[in-house]
Design a protein around this ligand. Sequence first.
Ligand code: EPS
Length: 391
Amino acid sequence: MADKMPHLTCETTGESHGPCGLAILNGMPAGLELDVEFINGELRRRQGGYGRGGRQRIETDKVSFLAGMRAGITTGAPLVMQIPNKDSRLDDLERTPPVHRPRPGHADLAGSIKWLTDDCRNTLERASARETAARTAAGAAARCLLHEFGIEVFGFVRTVHTARTDVTIEHSRLDELRRMRDESEVYTPDVEVTKEMMECIRGAKIDKDTVGGLCEVHVFGCPIGLGSCVTPTGRLDARIASAVMGIQAFKSVEIGMGREVASRRGSEVHDPITYDEGSRDTPLLGFQRARNNAGGIEGGMTNGMPVVVTGAMKPISTLLQGMPSVDLRSKQSEHSDYERSDVCAVSAASVVMENMVAFEIAAMFLDKFGGDTMKELEAAWTFYLDTARTI
Ligand code: EPS
């Protein structure tokens, strides 16, 4: 089924040990002030989290704008964002040698066969989660647009291995939750569970192993009607699922109650609708929901409730103890090669996911209201909300 081109697109390029990562955004309206401090703050958060490897001590990720911006304001031209790599050494074959023993779980094996070589290096350089620096910058830029319309995004770590927080995320407590999350070394707004999660990571490190976990993202303030039910690819949940699964090492994504819906009755799953004239001015336009099992999306469209997304990250596939593998040249059994890596990168992944979900929301926002300029966007948004309130 044909779908119209989305207004906002992003492509990235760059190798983990090449000179830089680049993000190229098409479709940003002219007249948006980009908060460079905010974008760099997200890049800083992405570099953090207990369990990261040595690379993050080398890099200090900061964005520079190569095109599409003038004096801090978007021009409407493609926006090109660059993040330099200090650890740039791709052409130095001694320091960045060929890799012949693929790591189970990594792109190494499939990529080397796909590109018809016994050296996994080119594959792993591009498959590396270093690429997520560029994507985080892109998502954070898109968030600058969402800020203008009061849409807020909050991501955190729900689980690391067997440790889980049961914290509830409420819009009214967002500042406090953000502060707690930012004080936690694993980006979970729960002091006690932070310690448990760190213990899981520490234990894995001692055993030369790795651990994964669940990241959760909540989006507050979306108007009713972002996304569409008329084409499969126009569905917001489909776009979010694609964006989250597109993050390195993610193996599943769920919206709201997620796969739990399969084992419950309809009356337990669907969120009853009531009407309250007093909340006519909120994103709900008065149509209240006492619960949010749908995770804010019905029929592929926002329903005014917070959008809630959970993504599962597998344990990093680079294990210090190695895993049974074969040498691609000799076909003999060998342990997989070790590349410097992380024991756990779930905290960093929660920042990437937060910004990826934000990017998709911004893309859908522009699909519905977008024009060439922020002025047109604001006019379309105001017209829509004013008209929706008459229904
Ligand atoms: C990462 C940079 C990489 C890895 C990690 C994430 O840097 P390097 O390979 O030079 O240590 O630390 O990437 C992976 C886990 C992976 O599988 O490629 C980053 O900046 O996030």
